[in-house]
Design a protein around this ligand. Structure first.
Ligand SMILES: Cc1ncc(COP(=O)(O)O)c(C=O)c1O
Length: 444
């Protein structure tokens, strides 16, 4: 491969992309790949959707950029309305950004400014969970629980308190699922009390875990109790729906599954769906009024709410409705989960299958009884992805246990996937699991 002036996280190289359509991406190497993870859970409506491209081209013919301090633009206005129409009552103010980390930073900074404006300046701590992933900028890292991504930077930010993520699948107690959910929720209450309730600003969580923990879903009891605890102490609930939002789990916001009404929501990924860098903070209307009355939100990014990105976002939402993709995510999600369960029944080193809608994952272990992870130096999270890649299936993986060991694999195809395509993915996974077991001499 020729020398490159580009660099990314590592020296790993990949084929150059040629074109992409639907759930497939073609490389210049002549190979066709199934986008089994929608990139990084981004390409929710599939690639090269003609209606989105047409909307963007039409927008390009009028204006691609008009800075928000100089002009308003119709796509931004219409997109904000479209979001407000799809979110719980009261959550109807939208602040645009260009990515997930920016959306999370916006939520944290907005929460703080609101507290100051509301006469609650003693509140600044944002409790979050371990493991978790909320983004790569310093503010988002402060609430992220994933050692390999945070440790080196710790002196640069103010570490925020963490409580354990509800990893019930690792618990070997005699509690019911319901009681386990409550057990983990009470950890939030204990932490708020330990920190001093009048210092705690917010609790930030992914309703369905993402990159750090692979589609972790808490017991139903967890969600309502978390909301109650936040209300009890006047702590804001920030839902990081960067990965789970905009239909991926079968509802517009994943938190809808549990009838949770957050105070602030972060969106990105499937919102721009790979057509344009786009993200948003959705905020409670009354909170926005308070902040604006106090002199304004002291935060913003140059590209925020630009007409081209917003025209893409609007067209993406229209396609999700037109093609009824949230229903498809629910139906295909069930088929995919059943197929993953079947793989688990046949491959003893799969220890857990989990998810919601088309945000699904499985985790490899060396022993299902103890749930101890595979030996670290097998590097299963990297090796298995390569084996799948060699079979032209793209998957997404990370270390599960705080980033240091454990291996989970996110299987999250675009929401347009058909049953035949889901089965194609499952068949490749099956063959790849067999190859992996053989290569690592695992029990089969
Ligand atoms: C839940 C969650 N929050 C925030 C982010 C950060 O988003 P971005 O990479 O667009 O900055 C991610 C990205 O994976 C994410 O999954």
């Amino acid at each position: 491969m020729k020398a490159s002036n580009l660099f990314y996280q590592s020296r790993a190289r990949r084929p150059e992309v040629d074109r992409a359509e639907g759930i497939y991406i073609w490389g210049k190497n002549g190979q066709r790949y199934i986008d089994g993870s929608s990139g990084a859970m981004v390409s929710n409506i599939g690639h090269s959707n003609p209606n989105v491209l047409a909307a963007m081209k039409a927008q390009m013919d009028s204006a691609t950029f008009a800075y928000r301090l100089h002009f308003e633009n119709a796509p931004a206005e219409d997109l904000a309305t479209a979001i407000a129409d799809r979110t719980p009552a009261g959550l109807d103010k939208v602040f645009f950004v260009s990515g997930g980390s920016e959306a999370v930073e916006s939520c944290v900074k907005f929460a703080r400014q609101w507290a100051v404006a509301d006469g609650q300046a003693s509140r600044w701590k944002v409790i979050s969970r371990f493991p978790s992933y909320h983004g790569s900028t310093l503010g988002a890292l402060a609430i992220t629980g994933y050692g390999p991504l945070t440790n080196a930077f710790a002196p640069l930010f103010k570490e925020m308190p963490k409580i354990p993520a509800p990893t019930c699948y690792l618990d070997r107690d005699n509690l019911s699922d319901h009681d386990r959910g409550l057990k983990y929720a009470e950890m939030l209450r204990d932490e708020i009390i330990a920190q001093g309730p009048d210092t705690v600003l917010a609790f930030a969580m992914e309703p369905v875990g993402g990159a750090s923990i692979g589609a972790l879903v808490a017991p139903d009891s967890y969600y309502g109790r978390v909301r109650e605890i936040c209300d009890e102490f006047g702590v804001l609930l920030i839902m990081d729906e960067v990965m789970s939002g905009v239909g991926r789990t079968g509802t517009f916001l994943a938190s809808e599954h549990w009838n949770i009404r957050p105070d602030l929501v972060a969106l990105s990924k499937g919102f721009g769906a790979g057509y344009a860098p786009l993200g948003a903070m959705i905020a409670d209307k009354a909170m926005v009024e308070t902040v604006l009355d106090s002199g304004g939100f002291a935060h913003g990014h140059t590209y925020a709410g630009n007409p081209l990105a917003c025209s893409a976002g609007l067209a993406v939402l229209n396609e999700i409705d037109r093609l009824d993709l949230m229903t498809n995510a629910r139906i295909m999600g069930e088929i995919l989960m059943a197929g993953l369960m079947d793989l688990m029944a046949r491959h003893p080193f799969i220890g857990d299958v989990r998810g919601k809608g088309l945000l699904t994952a499985f985790e490899m272990v060396s022993d299902r009884d103890t749930m101890s992870p595979l030996p670290k130096d097998l590097n299963a999270y990297e090796r298995f992805v390569e084996i799948c890649y060699e079979r032209n299936l793209i998957t997404y993986s990370r270390r599960t246990r705080g980033g240091v060991e454990g291996d989970h694999f996110l299987i999250c195809p675009p929401l347009i996937a058909t049953e035949a395509q889901i089965n194609e993915i499952l068949n490749i996974l099956d063959d790849s699991l067999r190859d992996f077991a053989r290569e690592c001499a695992l029990e089969v």
